[in-house]
Design a binder for this molecule. Structure first.
Ligand code: AVJ
Length: 325
């Protein structure tokens, strides 16, 4: 039930967020053809991502959750938050480690999840306020890539901004720096940012994590074409596209691609356009950048931030970084 400890509001973006039609016109009609990764996450795509996290090969989510479980206490002690803002909160599954640490340590922040999916946030919020009598949740409904300039957070109180899941890795370097600069603009000296970042490692492990033997990632990747078929009245022969996951060593990123199985034309009804795909021609569907301690430092410094704590998974597999101004 809606208690007075669970509220929600829609966030007005600072700038217009490109629509699917804009993105398809810009990306799919250019060379090389590309699509923004955010369109993976319709209901089916979100379910497939959860299934990816359960595959043995995809280590990042487990590595990040283990770090959170191990270090949530020291993170909460260091940040001492009055407000916890989470970008891309989803089901808030990992945030529970931070809230449990707050409960243990008697730190009672307001939790501000920020995501496009209102229902997921309200469901998680209802469960969390039921679990913690001290907790208030204010769900922020919107797309954080539209900017953070109009959030209804109070100006007073220490802030912990949480950005997990390696999602910053989906941004190309310039966009990642711009995103971090917008986050830094919300922070004062005693505020903190908690970042989860996947690390550079053996190429074989990286590529296996994005091409699991069960074929779940292949289905996740192809699903974006199903989204386009549904949303844009298109007719991609989805099953005919081959999933590829390649680690680009120069850019230190996994590139997911879909390769056309044969020559064909695709009608994009909503754009009143037809595109011709040649056999083997690829659509780049996602970048997943991997980091080193040095590239993490450079990225933070470019946004005027610096690490105050850096927790690494065994073997440097994954990083949970606490940063301040
Ligand atoms: C949720 C964006 C962090 O890039 O590893 C998982 C998405 N893509 N398998 C990632 C994803 C293919 C994931 N992020």
């Amino acid at each position: 039930e809606q208690t007075d400890r669970l509220a929600s509001s829609v966030v007005t973006p600072d700038r217009a967020v490109a629509t699917l039609t804009d993105d398809v016109r810009a990306g799919l009609l250019s060379r090389p053809r590309w699509l923004p990764a955010k369109y993976f996450y319709d209901d089916h795509g979100s379910e497939l991502f959860e299934a990816i996290c359960a595959t043995p090969a995809y280590y990042p989510s487990r590595a990040e959750e283990a770090l959170l479980a191990a270090h949530a206490g020291s993170i909460v002690e260091a940040a001492s938050p009055d407000h916890m803002l989470e970008l891309g909160s989803g089901s808030s599954r990992k945030t529970r480690h931070l809230l449990a640490a707050c409960d243990r340590l008697g730190r009672h922040p307001v939790y501000w999840p920020f995501d496009v999916s209102a229902q997921m946030m309200l469901d998680a919020g209802a469960d969390l306020v039921g679990r913690y009598p001290w907790l208030s949740v204010h769900a922020l409904i919107g797309d954080y890539t539209g900017g953070l300039g109009r959030l209804p957070l109070p100006h007073s109180g220490r802030r912990l901004i949480v950005f997990l899941g390696g999602t910053l890795g989906n941004f190309e370097p310039a966009a990642a720096i711009a995103m971090l600069r917008e986050i830094a603009a919300l922070m004062r000296a005693d505020d903190r940012l908690l970042l989860g970042l996947d690390r550079v490692k053996d190429r074989g492990r990286l590529e296996a994590a994005y091409d699991d033997a069960e074929g779940v990632t292949a289905a996740f990747n192809r699903n974006v074409l199903t989204v386009l078929n549904r949303e844009l009245d298109a007719d991609f022969p989805v099953a005919d596209y081959r999933h590829r996951a390649v680690f680009d060593t120069e850019h230190e990123r996994i590139e997911m691609r879909l390769a056309a199985g044969h020559d064909h034309s695709v009608r994009l009804g909503a754009l009143d356009t037809v595109i011709d795909m040649a056999a083997g021609e690829e659509i780049v569907t996602e970048f997943s950048h991997k980091f080193t301690p040095a590239s993490i430092e450079r990225l933070l410094a470019a946004a005027g931030l610096a690490a105050t704590a850096h927790h690494e998974a065994e073997g440097g597999d994954y990083s949970l970084v606490l940063a301040g101004r």
